[in-house]
Design a protein around this ligand. Structure first.
Ligand SMILES: C[S@@+](CC[C@H](N)C(=O)[O-])C[C@H]1O[C@@H](n2cnc3c(N)ncnc32)[C@H](O)[C@@H]1O
Length: 301
């Protein structure tokens, strides 16, 4: 969906920074998708890079976006249903975007008894403000679910991009937004639907572990459960595409499915020295029409 803002056609882009954001891999993902499909399901929504791209291309009829992070889904819901209220709340925060004390005061809201009584718009604006001003745009919470990322070092962070939020709101109008575990897609997807899985990565080494998106870590057991869901959906006749790190576990879990290794640049890593190019795998339930496996296929891993 397009929104005409000040005479320009504006395509919505992801409005939050999210570890594992798929913007760079989009061309590789897009060329592996069928020309037409039924409903689109994205059960690990994050910043929803593929959803916004498909929406901009006019390829979506019906979309179900879900994630286990309730705050993230609440933010999407507020963007969809109350963009002007969100923009107004964000503009107030934006005036303090270089103020460290203000950041920590807003960060502490989820430690206060009034937290659950706050309006959804206030919680959503807080999440976006912290996302734009915290260290590296990380999302990390402690055992109690309280956000604990320190203040970031930005010269001039863009806290409120009103035009993009309005475009994102328009793009989300027909999307269903759910707090749900990824396996919930089994109850919703039908033959001909497209499902894109972008789970938390299987770590390429133990120190590079990047599983703490929610209170519950996403370990090997979850990846095995996901591989079973992938198979069930494939048997049902859905088109399923999955991206993950190029590790022996992923290769083993999806043995027999078409797999391609692609190069990505990963910006967020606990060890600064490990920033740089990494390999990712794109797994497909079947090859898109007219598409052959390429030289980067799994045998080269
Ligand atoms: C790699 S990120 C998705 C990145 C996204 N594709 C993008 O472009 O930004 C993984 C997401 O999985 C979510 N998640 C973790 N465990 C989950 C589960 N069991 N079911 C569904 N979502 C889960 C996290 O909250 C996080 O948003």
């Amino acid at each position: 969906m397009r929104v005409v803002a000040e005479g320009h056609d504006l395509m919505a882009r992801p409005f939050i920074k999210w570890a594992g954001g798929k913007t760079q891999l989009l061309p590789e993902l897009l060329r592996r998708l069928p020309a037409a499909f039924g409903r689109y399901h994205e059960p690990f929504i994050g910043s929803a890079a593929l959803f916004f791209q498909l929406q901009a291309q006019g390829r979506l009829r019906d979309a179900v976006l879900s994630d286990t992070n309730p705050e993230l889904i609440e933010l999407y819901t507020v963007v969809r249903d109350a963009p002007e209220e969100l923009i107004a709340a964000l503009q107030e925060h934006a005036a303090h975007c270089l103020d460290r004390e203000y950041y920590y005061a807003v960060r502490s809201w989820d430690r206060q008894p009034s937290w659950r009584q706050r309006a959804a718009v206030e919680r959503a604006a807080r999440m976006m403000f912290l996302n734009k001003t915290c260290f590296n745009g990380l999302h990390r919470v402690n055992r109690r679910g309280q956000f604990n990322v320190p203040f970031g070092r930005y010269a001039k962070p863009t806290v409120c991009d009103g035009a993009n939020l309005r475009a994102a709101s328009a793009a989300l109008q027909d999307a269903e937004l759910l707090v749900d575990d990824f396996a919930g897609v089994v109850g919703r997807a039908a033959a001909g639907d497209l499902v894109y899985f972008d789970p938390p990565y299987v770590p390429s080494s133990t120190t590079a572990s990047f599983t703490a998106y929610t209170k519950h870590a996403f370990g090997a057991e979850q990846h095995e459960r996901l591989a079973q869901v992938f198979r069930r959906l494939t048997e049902r006749g859905c088109t399923v595409v999955l991206s993950n790190s190029a590790t022996p576990l992923v290769q083993e879990l999806y043995a027999g499915f078409p797999m391609t290794r692609v190069v990505a640049r990963r910006a967020i890593n606990r060890e600064a020295t490990k920033r740089g190019t990494v390999h990712e795998l794109i797994v497909q339930s079947q090859l898109a029409q007219g598409h052959a496996l390429e030289h980067t296929e799994v045998s080269q891993l």
